[in-house]
Design a protein around this ligand. Structure first.
Ligand code: SAH
Ligand code: SF4
Ligand code: F3S
Length: 454
């Protein structure tokens, strides 16, 4: 064993929840005296925080793991950890497949990393996948950004969409208290963070599991109430939230977004399919008409709002005509961005064992056609920015052009402009847009806004 400090490396797959979990686990490791190593081959503790939403996401981790498992034969004190959703899904099976592993831990156990590692250092091989009440986050995350931050508001998901593994791997909904959320945001404000994204797989479910009802009989704590409660946190200039579910999305929430100046004009509301029969088989609990009504209401209150979503093509039994209903919805709504995916059967989900699975050819053909449409429409939507003055929060240097910095508009469009990152990082800059592309913009800086924190 060397006397120098021990190093850790984390590779993160999957969604923002996993990224947020990784930042908390990195915080725990640093607290334990470990130092970050960019190169996994220099690390003494390697943690893969995994995703199993589609088969290709899951397969990725096995190839990474194979390499490190080999290394462990030469360096037996190497500690190998699989965390996240594959860990939860596979549990002990993972140990049989990769016996070199020291620790397999589901997402609900992220905050327990220190205890679990202690057991490993005592000589045990540990599997932590039992459902638990997530302990309040007392850890200090090591956040990747100094400008934007994620704050979990609700863990888990109680929906049962027939294609989705998330409820199996993330467990039941557990909301954090408004006080804990506000306290975390206040700390972020003090540290100079300018933007916070509130996170939940189904963020509209926020508060349903917390005690308290209003005299009108609604839950006392809703996402809307939370936004009113946190919107004046000093220093935090922008608030975003994701992911919204059309089934529970309310007009009250839209009005709050219109009213509260820090809440950004961007809504991420996955629709998954534009066909009512498919939506029913997915058990999504809404029709495409309802989805269209939501978007109309958003545009009534917040006319310039950016709308993004997720969609799946090639769900079992989806006909050509049903797929065309998805294309039609995409064309009618005019999305600013759309995450698209070909349906992937997931173990333990109802749709995976249905007959009439579509061939890979049909799925990839539909995916391509949808992506083509999305790019065309996003390019059209980008046109509206031409010549406009947009507020950009500078996050980083443009990795492809060091003379430029990059950030996002309030509507979440990636924007580049000439400038020095050392001066501008974390600043809100008014930028005159001079070039538009489907998913990004370029402009000239006009004015740096001085933010006076109170
Ligand atoms: N909670 C969010 C999204 C969760 S997963 C929601 O309700 O919309 C992120 C995205 O992955 C989903 O929106 C869906 O488009 C996609 N996805 C989930 N399961 C999938 C599967 N089995 N095959 C393909 N895409 C899937
Ligand atoms: Fe999955 Fe549906 Fe829950 Fe989203 S709402 S995480 S798609 S089960
Ligand atoms: Fe993947 Fe788990 Fe997120 S399966 S998408 S990392 S909730």
């Amino acid at each position: 064993m060397t006397t120098s400090r021990r190093h850790y490396h984390i590779t993160t797959f999957g969604c923002q929840m996993n990224k947020a979990d990784s930042e908390r686990m990195a915080g725990i490791l640093e607290d334990m005296g470990f130092e970050w190593s960019e190169d996994p081959n220099q690390a003494d503790v390697i943690l893969y925080n995994t995703c199993t939403i589609r088969d290709n996401a899951e397969q990725k981790v096995y190839s990474y793991l194979g390499r490190q498992a080999k290394r462990k034969h030469e360096q037996p004190d190497l500690t190998l950890i699989v965390a996240g959703c594959v860990a939860q899904q596979e549990g002990e099976t993972l140990l049989r497949r990769v016996p070199e592993l020291d620790l397999v831990m589901g997402p609900q156990h992220a905050n327990r990393l220190k205890d679990l590692l202690q057991q490993v250092f005592d000589g045990n091989q540990v599997v932590a996948t039992e459902p638990i009440h997530i302990i309040e986050d007392i850890t200090k995350p090591r956040r990747d950004s100094k400008v934007t931050a994620w704050v979990n508001v609700i863990y888990g998901c109680n929906e049962r969409c027939t294609y989705c593994v998330v409820p199996n791997v993330r467990g039941v909904e557990q909301s954090r208290t408004p006080e804990a959320i506000r306290a975390e945001m206040e700390e972020l404000g003090r540290q100079g963070y300018k933007e916070v994204t509130l996170l939940g797989q189904n963020i509209d479910a926020y508060g349903r599991d917390l005690p308290g009802v209003t005299p009108e009989g609604r839950h006392q704590h809703t996402l809307t109430d939370l936004l009113y409660y946190v919107h004046d946190v000093p220093g935090v200039e922008r608030i975003r939230f994701a992911t919204s579910h059309p089934r529970y999305f309310t007009e009250r929430l839209i009005r709050a977004c219109a009213e509260l100046p820090k809440v950004c004009e961007h809504f991420h509301i996955p629709f998954q399919s534009g066909d009512n029969e498919v939506l029913k088989r997915m058990a999504r609990g809404y029709t495409h008409e309802k989805y269209r009504r939501i978007i109309n209401t958003i545009r009534k209150y917040v006319p310039d709002a950016a709308i993004s979503a997720d969609a799946i093509v090639g769900f079992p039994t989806e006909t050509e005509e049903q797929f065309e209903n998805t294309l039609k919805l995409v064309a009618d709504i005019g999305f600013d961005q759309l995450n698209t995916a070909a349906y992937s059967p997931r173990p333990g989900t109802p749709a995976a064992v249905w007959e009439n699975q579509l061939s890979e050819e049909v799925k990839s053909d539909r995916l391509q056609r949808l992506n083509h449409l999305v790019a065309t429409i996003a390019a059209e939507r980008s046109q509206r920015y031409m010549g406009r003055l947009e507020e950009v929060l500078v996050e980083d240097q443009n990795p492809k052009d060091k003379t430029q910095v990059m950030g996002r508009t309030r509507t979440n469009r990636l924007t580049f402009f000439t400038g020095d990152i050392n001066e501008l990082k974390g600043k809100l800059v008014k930028v005159r847009i001079s070039e538009v592309r489907a998913f990004s913009l370029t402009g000239e800086p006009v004015e740096v806004r001085e933010v006076v924190s109170v």
